[in-house]
Write a protein that binds this ligand. Structure first.
Ligand code: PY5
Length: 306
C-alpha cells in the first residue's frame, strides 16, 4: 500500500476513524461508476495550512453532479467547512483532499435513485503524482490507443467516476509500454489531455492548450497557469493541437492538482525541445509552487486558510 492513512474520514457529517470508513459491497457507484469526485491540495504556507482554490473545486464538484443529474445533499458552504474540519481533525498541513459523492447500498438496478446519495471527504499526505524525478526532469509519455470519452457518450467536463475507466485504460497501456504517462486524443484525432492532467505546449514562445471543446476537463491548475502566464506577459492561446504539433513542440507540460506542473520530455520517442524541462515550463512551475505555498502576495485570493 502506498497510501498514508490519516486519522479520520468525513462521512455524511461524521468524522469516522480511517479504518472504519467503509461502505457495503453492494454500493451502487462501485458497480456502475455513477458518482462524482474532486481532487484538491492543501499546502503549508508561512501563515499555516491553506487549501488551494477550495471554493472552485467544490463548485466544480457541484457542477459535475448537476451535469449528470445528481443533487448533492450538502451545500457548497457545508462542503467547504467539512473539508477544513477534516484537515483540522487530522492535524495535517500538506495533504491531498478527495471528496466523493456516491450512491450507496439500497438498489441494484441501474436506477441509482433507490439508493442514498452520500458524500465522503478523505485527506492524506500525497507526494507529487508523477514523481520528484518527473517534476525536475520531465516524464516520458505515450499517445494512447484509447481515445478520450466523447461528450456524446459521457460528459468529459464532469469528474464522473465512470470516466476514469477510460483514464485507467490509457494509463495502464502507457505503463505497460514502458512510459510514465499517457496522452489521449479525442475522436477527431486532436490532443485532449492526460488521464488525470491537462496539457500545455510551447510553440515559438506561445503557450498553447487545447480548448475544453477538445474533450479536456476545465482544470483548475490549467486555469491558474493561464492566469499566471497572462500576468507574466507570456503569449497564450487556446487552440487545437494535432499529434504532429505536439511532437514538434519546443516545450510541453502537464497540469493538475495531483500532478501539479510536470514537464514532458518525450512523446512516443520524440524528444520535446532539448529533452529537458523547458524555460517557460520552469518559470510557470516555479511560480505555481510559490503561489500554492503562499509566497506570492498577488494570489492570496486563491488560498483558503484552514
Ligand atoms: N483532466 C483530468 C481528466 C483530471 O482528472 C484532472 C485532475 C485534470 C485534468 C486537472 O484538473 P485540476 O487542475 O483541476 O486538478 N485529476 C485529479 C487530480 O486531483 C485526479 C488524479 C488522479 O489531479
Amino acid at each position: 500500500m502506498n497510501l498514508n492513512p490519516t486519522r479520520f474520514i468525513w462521512m455524511d457529517g461524521k468524522l469516522v476513524p480511517w479504518g472504519e470508513a467503509k461502505v457495503h459491497v453492494l454500493t451502487h457507484t462501485l458497480h456502475y461508476g455513477y458518482g462524482v469526485f474532486e481532487g484538491i491540495r492543501c499546502y503549508r504556507t508561512p501563515r499555516g495550512a491553506a487549501v488551494f482554490r477550495l471554493r472552485d473545486h467544490i463548485l466544480r464538484l457541484q457542477r459535475s453532479a448537476e451535469t449528470v443529474g445528481m443533487k448533492l445533499p450538502y451545500s457548497v458552504e457545508e462542503l467547504i467547512e467539512a473539508t477544513k474540519q477534516t484537515i483540522r481533525a487530522n492535524g495535517v498541513e500538506e495533504c491531498y483532499i478527495r471528496p466523493i459523492a456516491y450512491y450507496g447500498y439500497g438498489a441494484m438496478g441501474l436506477n441509482p435513485r433507490g439508493s442514498p446519495l452520500s458524500v465522503a471527504i478523505a485527506v492524506w499526505p500525497w507526494g507529487t503524482y508523477l514523481g520528484e524525478e518527473g517534476l525536475e526532469h520531465g516524464v516520458r509519455v505515450k499517445i494512447s490507443p484509447w481515445r478520450r470519452v466523447h461528450s456524446s457518450i459521457l460528459p468529459p467536463t464532469a469528474k464522473l467516476v465512470a470516466n476514469y475507466a477510460n483514464s485507467i485504460l490509457a494509463k495502464l497501456d502507457a505503463l505497460d509500454s514502458g512510459y510514465d504517462e499517457a496522452i489521449l486524443l479525442n475522436l477527431e484525432g486532436s490532443v485532449s489531455e492526460g488521464p488525470g492532467e491537462n496539457i500545455f505546449i510551447v510553440e515559438s514562445g506561445t503557450l498553447v492548450t487545447p480548448p475544453i471543446s477538445a474533450g479536456a476537463l476545465a482544470g483548475i491548475t490549467r486555469d491558474s497557469i493561464i492566469r499566471i502566464a497572462e500576468d507574466r506577459g507570456i503569449p497564450f492561446k487556446e487552440d487545437y493541437i494535432s499529434k504532429e504539433k505536439l511532437y514538434a513542440a519546443d516545450e510541453a507540460f502537464f497540469t493538475g492538482t495531483a500532478a501539479e506542473v510536470t514537464p514532458i520530455r518525450e512523446v512516443d520517442g520524440h524528444p520535446i525541445g532539448n529533452g529537458k524541462k523547458g524555460k517557460i515550463t520552469a518559470e510557470l512551475q516555479a511560480m505555481y509552487f510559490r503561489i500554492v505555498r503562499g509566497e506570492e502576495r498577488g494570489y492570496e485570493e486563491w488560498l483558503d486558510y484552514v
